[in-house]
Design a protein around this ligand. Sequence first.
Ligand code: TXA
Ligand code: MG
Length: 322
Amino acid sequence: MRSEIGNDILKSVEILNRGGIVAIPTETVYGLASNGLDATAVAKIFEAKNRPFFDPLILHIAHSDALNQIVTNVPQKAKILMDHFWPGPLTFVLPKSDLVPDLVTSGHSTVAVRMPNHPVALELLSKLPFPLAAPSANPFGYVSPTNAQHVQDQLGHKIDYILDGGSCCVGIESTIISFENEPTILRLGGITQKEIEHIIGPVSVSLNGHSNPKAPGQLDQHYSPHCKLKVLNYEELQTNSTILFYSPESEIKYWKLNPEINCNTVYLTPKNDSIEAAANLFSILRDFDKKGLSQVFIELAKNEGLGLAINDRLNRAMANRD
Ligand code: TXA
Ligand code: MG
């Protein structure tokens, strides 16, 4: 039977209090949540997602006070960033307390924490005596969900309830910054490197952990639709090929350089705006699968600002698919 989609926060509280799993809205993507301090409840998330145990989860909190329970130290620079960007799409990797089960952190001595900027998530969290462990609510390796229907389409029969909070306004996952040593960005996401550096000065970036991936978002292939994505190149286009252009503006430039063939075109951002592009990205990739397309040519975003995080997702969605 398919899980119910609804707006019932108290029902979600009741399910989570008894160790169940609930899909929750956040500003980035929908999460698949359970009691982050209860290893049995957390194990249900791994099972529903078919997620490997080497892949640690993020704990979500509604108040900074809740940090004391789960981390042992918050460096000054991390604190400054939290004051600036929380609630919001920035996740901190910090030394974990003994209360956090090893299953949450995959045995690492650090735990990832964030405060989501979504009224429904914050209200739910404020009614719970524990943080919520929540990875994105998609089967492992597939595109992250950005509305409640996406969750039901993919995981509908495996979870206790889907709490609806509308469409996610950011649309790509949080940026992850580790304070295990010097501040290091492990995953590009909703907050850009520039925004972070504007507040605390230079940070390192380490996105590819090939031998021992710290984040699955670091795996070469991730966020993949079933449809094969290829970088747009004129030679391979045929009549009726589908092209995902960044914006109508970039489509015009492209056809000026290349004679016209009759292709189907889709735009990541009709308004040529990187925030809109990020918000649309995963929905559009899902639509390719819904339409049963086997191949789509894509134009990458400009490598700057949010475009870097968008291209990171697109490159991983394209990897190892030849
Ligand atoms: O925006 C988001 O972050 C969403 C929403 C639901 O909050 N969540 C999300 O979770 O994207 P997930 O599980 O799909 O990605 C979490 C990432 C993983 O790549 C995981 O490896 C990394 O966080 N992570 C968790 N704990 C870590 C740790 N101790 N050290 C390094 N990376 C960690
Ligand atoms: Mg994910």
